[in-house]
Write a protein that binds this ligand. Structure first.
Ligand SMILES: [Zn+2]
Ligand SMILES: [Zn+2]
Length: 236
């Protein structure tokens, strides 16, 4: 098994991405930089500490968009502290959170935040649900969401599909593909192909494929179709 040494960093011209960490069931945290703009992807626990250290308060306050792949706690655990911190530090510019339609975790956190701090929120929060594979441009990057297969266990022992999307981020002709948590599926295969960087999870610790995470073998096979790839979410 490949050992991961976080942070993982990729940069090409003025497009870069830093994965502070990506450990299944613990936390994920990613900073995307396109030109002068910063974006956050999957703000898991610890994101505030990592962002503060990386870009400092001033740039943190300028962050315009957050992209969430799905609502599992290891991908959204830092949202509450991020929203609260931005309020305490008096953020003025709006913040848009992009998340899969049906992701109740984001809506619950947002509703609780609005309720608790109704009289002291200094910035506007836009919630934008991803419903389909329709590309859009925000700030200076183009975003192409794609649905992925990612299931979770119910208390009955059965499984259900989680609202989950991966994203391709395009800037100045360069593409970064991030699948989030996903089993092996056609969508991730297609979107990772020829990407300048593909960030692929290899969260399944057994050889037999399942419908929650990819095996190391599956992730590597997709990674080879991209110009470069990182394997993340590898169980420690
Ligand atoms: Zn995860
Ligand atoms: Zn997950």
């Amino acid at each position: 098994m490949t050992e991961q040494h976080y942070p993982l960093h990729w940069k090409k011209k003025n497009f870069s991405i830093k994965i502070f960490c990506s450990i299944p069931n613990i936390a994920t945290g990613i900073l995307l930089t396109a030109g002068d703009s910063h974006f956050v992807i999957d703000p898991g626990d610890g994101i505030l500490r990592d962002l503060n250290k990386e870009i400092g308060v001033k740039k943190l306050l300028d962050i315009s968009d957050v992209f969430v792949t799905h609502g599992h706690h290891d991908h959204v655990g830092g949202v509450w502290s991020l929203l609260t911190y931005l309020r305490v530090m008096q953020k003025k510019s709006p913040l848009t959170i992009h998340y899969p339609d049906g992701c109740v975790e984001i809506e619950s956190i947002y509703n609780a935040f609005k309720k608790v701090y109704s009289r002291s929120i200094t910035y506007k929060i836009n919630l934008k649900t991803i419903k389909k594979t329709i590309g859009f441009t925000t700030n200076n990057i183009t975003v192409k969401p794609f649905p992925v297969i990612h299931k979770e266990y119910l208390s009955t022992g059965k499984t259900r599909q989680v609202p989950a999307y991966g994203y391709n981020f395009v800037f100045n002709g360069m593409t970064i593909c991030y699948g989030g948590d996903t089993a092996y599926c056609e969508e991730i295969v297609v979107h990772a192909r020829n990407a300048d960087l593909a960030i692929l999870e290899a969260g399944h610790d057994k050889e037999t494929p399942d419908d929650m995470h990819m095996t190391m073998k599956e992730a590597v096979s997709i990674g080879k179709s991209a110009k470069k790839y990182f394997l993340v979410h590898v169980p420690e």
